[in-house]
Design a protein around this ligand. Structure first.
Ligand code: SF4
Length: 326
């Protein structure tokens, strides 16, 4: 019996590895590109993906599926999934697996979502409780179809997580709620430790990259969360056609708002349907941006080619607790 279980799990693992190998071989990931019509910049040495493997990875994947949860790690074909999941670091995505928006960099499916699953808050809390994490990120699809943008579901999820794991430092990465600051207040009222909302790119490219979003609205959401006393965080991708000075200008504006934590990472194209990579920014450019951001006064900056807003977020636990005065 035990041998059959091991054999079944090994077979499942091989299938999963094959699926993920296909995803990682998509053009934006730079491994191969037989179908894309235009010539892509070759993948530089500093873009490294680890093939997902190992017992921990498989166990996490199975448990996520058993609880009917979604993760942005899988849905967005994140290249770090092999590394993160073997550290038990995952980013659960609530409010379903279908997004009402069509951002041109993102691999999460766009469409008409199902109503929110009332069991999801408890299932998320159970999953995180079982893992015994000390810090985690939860994100969501955009739900422009819901009157509150999903804020009440967010609040229920945060409360369920905090009830089961009171010591867990919880970062919520939300959409812009169409600028509804009342919805932001509903989320903040549930007591997350970090309120994150990503700008993704510079203002000049925003409409092309985040089709239904607006820079002014995103700034307003971050400004509102900061004014309510939240620890705030945002992230941008490099490699979409922005100029370094445009990144610096955004940094200056974010500091004026008082945003605490900044992440900068390389955009990787999930498939030929998505925006092309304009260029691969070298590691020393990320280092220079980080130095400039720290000099401007950001308390914490993660900057590097493989950085994502949730990448190594567990390493930010101490700075978040310090910012919260705990
Ligand atoms: S970087 Fe974030 S989204 Fe990517 S695998 Fe790690 S936790 Fe998941």
């Amino acid at each position: 019996m035990a041998e059959r279980i091991v054999e079944t799990r090994s077979r499942k693992l091989r299938i999963l590895q094959a699926e993920l190998a296909d995803q990682l071989a998509a053009p934006g990931h730079g491994l191969r590109d037989p179908a894309a019509p235009e010539r892509l910049p070759p993948k530089p040495d500093w873009i490294r993906m680890k093939m997902p493997r190992g017992e921990m990875f498989f166990d996490l994947k199975q448990r996520v599926a058993e609880l009917g949860l979604h993760t942005v790690c899988e849905s967005a074909s994140c290249p770090n999934i092999g590394e993160c999941w073997n550290r038990q670091s995952l980013t659960i995505m609530i409010l379903g697996g279908t997004c009402t928006r069509s951002c041109q960099f993102c691999d999460v499916p766009t469409g008409k979502p199902l109503p929110p699953d009332p069991a999801e808050p408890e299932n998320v809390a159970m999953m995180l409780g079982e893992l015994g994490l000390r810090h985690t990120v939860v994100t969501c699809v955009d739900r422009d179809d819901l009157p509150d943008g999903g804020a009440a579901h967010w609040a229920a999820t945060i409360r369920a997580i905090k009830a089961r794991s009171p010591e867990l430092v919880l970062e919520v990465l939300t959409g812009d709620f169409k600028g509804d600051t009342g919805a932001v207040d509903t989320v903040l009222g549930a007591g997350p430790d970090v309120f994150a909302h990503n700008l993704e790119t510079v203002p000049r490219l925003s409409r092309q990259v985040r089709v239904q979003a607006s820079y002014a609205r995103s700034y307003a959401v971050l400004r509102h969360a900061k004014a309510r006393g939240a620890v705030t965080k945002t992230g941008l991708m490099l490699g979409l056609g922005e100029e370094p000075e445009e990144i610096r200008q955004v940094m200056r504006e974010l500091r004026e708002i008082g945003v605490d934590i900044l992440t900068l990472g390389q955009y990787l194209r999930p498939s030929p349907r998505h925006l092309a990579v304009a260029r691969f920014a070298p590691p020393d450019e990320f280092a220079a941006h980080k130095a400039a951001a720290l000099a401007m006064g950001f308390p914490h900056v993660e900057s590097g080619p493989m950085v994502r807003s949730s990448y190594h977020a567990d390493g930010q636990r101490d700075i978040v607790l310090a910012l919260r005065g705990r």
